[in-house]
Design a protein around this ligand. Structure first.
Ligand code: GDP
Ligand code: ZN
Length: 325
């Protein structure tokens, strides 16, 4: 197999590590000027990208072409700048680690993440961690949450990164895929990744170091290889997917069950807030749509109206996520 094409598995500043189809890892730099339609990015190439390379005499290589992306995950470099940083490309799925307790992940946070993942067509599995800590009533609450999200159409797993309960069902789902791991801090993401990828701890620490040295926009990202095939991407502080231009009608489209009911609304531009003949509000009243999901929908709509939907773009500096409010 050739050494002229490969997968970008690591990005540190202007250097990219490419795993070639021939099985070699080669340090590469970009040759020429890549432009991406519609976005201004600090890094034109990202982990997960398939690239063409041309080797040079120094044993390194130049990236000469990027293959089309299925999707990419982006975050704004800072609050003020319009520049963005691509975290990863060609992500097959995202695992959102959540906890019903210790700490409690809010449904608004979950729903916003799910909606932005819909926008990028990235399937999400909800991984409910720390089940070992739950009392009976908390377990019942957990089961309610699982039922809610499974009904909407998301796969859910109940696990404990501590006792490893449920991890046997999680691991096979990662095989041969590029999986993004996300979650609020404290939910046990590092613990889980250390189990899934022995040695990940070290690399997670490296990322924190890069932040602590005062680099405001870290350009460090890496895919961690799984022994049985596949890659995981740890994204400290990434809460979801950037959504630059979400129209109100689109937001509805990213809430699967709300979208389904919206077809019955009297007005086809119904925002499901106040309009007469709104099938969505009727469905909420009749408990076909969970109130928590509707509240999340409204909160995203409000952001949009106030022009502050940038909060969806999930800025993280340095390593701890800023909470969406
Ligand atoms: P992160 O911020 O998401 O990376 O969370 P950590 O992996 O650092 O975990 C936060 C705390 O929760 C640590 O004290 C972990 O030992 C603990 N923890 C993580 N997963 C579990 C779990 O499944 N059960 C219990 N009981 N504790 C856990
Ligand atoms: Zn409506």
């Amino acid at each position: 197999m050739s050494d002229t094409e490969g997968l970008v598995i690591k990005n540190t500043g202007s250097w990219y590590t490419v795993l070639t189809d021939g099985g070699n890892t080669i340090d590469c730099k970009i040759k020429g000027n890549f432009r991406l339609k519609g976005i201004r990015s600090t890094n034109p190439v990202a982990v997960g990208d398939r690239v063409e390379i041309v080797r040079n005499h120094e044993g390194t290589a130049f990236i000469t072409n990027i293959c089309d992306r299925r999707n990419y995950i982006i975050r704004k470099s800072s609050n003020l700048s319009k520049q963005s940083h691509i975290i990863a490309a060609n992500v097959d799925q995202a695992f959102l680690i959540v906890t019903v307790k210790y700490p409690e992940t809010s449904t608004t946070f979950i729903d916003r993440f799910l909606a932005s993942a819909e926008a990028y067509s990235v399937p999400v599995t909800l991984v409910f961690n720390k089940v070992d800590l739950l009392q009976d009533d908390e377990r019942r609450y957990l089961d309610m949450m699982v039922t809610l999200y499974e009904t909407v159409g998301y796969d859910c797993l109940k696990v404990s990164a501590e006792t490893k309960e449920g991890m046997d069902r999680l691991l096979p789902l990662l095989k041969d895929k590029i999986t993004l791991f996300s979650g609020n801090s404290g939910v046990g993401k590092s613990t889980m990744l250390n189990f899934i990828v022995p040695g990940a701890e070290l690399r997670t620490a490296e990322i924190s170091d890069a932040h602590n040295t005062g680099m405001h926009t870290t350009t460090f990202s890496e895919m961690l290889p799984l022994t049985d095939g596949g890659w995981v991407i740890d994204t400290p502080g990434i809460k979801g997917f950037g959504t630059f231009n979400m129209e109100p009608e689109e937001i509805c489209g990213y809430f699967k069950e709300i979208f389904k009911f919206s077809k019955g609304c009297r007005f086809n531009n119904c925002t499901h807030t106040h309009e007469p003949g709104c099938a969505v509000r009727k469905a909420v009243e009749e408990h076909y749509i969970a109130e928590s999901r509707y509240v999340s929908y409204l909160s995203m709509l409000e952001d949009k109206e106030e022009g502050k939907y940038l909060s969806l773009i999930h800025i993280s500096e340095p390593t701890r996520p800023i909470s969406i409010s």
